[in-house]
Write a protein that binds this ligand. Sequence first.
Ligand SMILES: *Cc1c(COP(=O)(O)O)cnc(C)c1O
Length: 377
Amino acid sequence: MKPETACIHAVRDATHSTGAVAVPIYQSATFSHLALGQSTGYDYSRTNNPTREHVERLLTALEGGVDAMAFSSGMAAIATLMELFAPGDEIIAADDLYGGSTRLFENVSRKNGVIVRYVDTSNLSAVGTAVTSRTKAIFTESPTNPMMKVTDIAAIKEMIGHREILLIVDNTFLTPYFCNPISLGADIIVHSGTKYLSGHNDTLSGFIVVNSREIADKLRFLQNTIGAGLSPFDAFLVTRGIKTLAIRMKKAQENALAVAQWLQKQLKVTAVHYVGLPDHPAYALSQRQARGFGAMVSFSVDNVKTAHSLLNHTELILFAESLGGVETLITYPVTQTHADVPESERLVRGIDEKLLRLSIGIEAVEDIIEDLERAMR
Ligand SMILES: *Cc1c(COP(=O)(O)O)cnc(C)c1O
């Protein structure tokens, strides 16, 4: 089954007792037992719920994993994942990660004795040098946000070799429609389902997908114990969103390329970061490890005035955090997504007051460009 088809048909309602085409919302906290020692397979919704199970099976199928777990947000998924680690364990993380992940590592994981060190994971030898006998995981995101650095997942896996180091990939930007990190050697995939998977900026959700039963069992235990599982209604919304994932990703990517090419021609634009541009340093690598480039574009403008003008004067494009929805959004990393990153570090990474980020939606691209053109004038 091709990915487009899998988004719609990979999982059918297991009981199929009514013939309902859409998965029902099992809005029930608890499930009754027919008799002592008997269970329908459902006991209590923190542990398992049929609507949540449906979307979990869907993510398992789309990512080619062994199991998947759904959480109330991407951060709930990552926070639960971090409970796999014990005091003294070291994790090597990408230095251009989603800001919320860094905030979790620095303020929660560190307090629990887990040491996270940051390196540019697109630089293989830097990752190799950072690995020690205490390293338990490498946590990366690709492409990164907002500088669009791409990590060679298969090469990192090869570098790890037979050492017991988990390779974790945050696949939010590319989604299973464009990239399947497990097939490249990742052990664990995380997603903010809030973004492209649900796709309509109407629900938060998160996922962990794993490639082994052993890790799945540990995480199932943690999901039930911590209790941050996805609610039935939100599971329904994500399932519905995924039905159109393929068509949304294709259109958003097509728009993103057109916008990136247009931006490159503007005198007030000094740099464009989009992995789908043939002159992006990771264009060839992206083609090798993914079926698409996604729809996230960041760019620098000539001065702060132009940046502010864009933020204040776009009309169609909404000035808002988040990404991956049908609407095109513009973000100011310096005051929004990356406000918590110390200034010195931000500047080293190129995140300054002239950098803007676009999450390109599925509107008519002429309207997106016209809006940018007017706001930039
Ligand atoms: C948004 C995001 C997260 C966090 O997900 P939430 O659903 O907002 O909790 C994690 N990683 C990436 C790459 C994201 O974009």
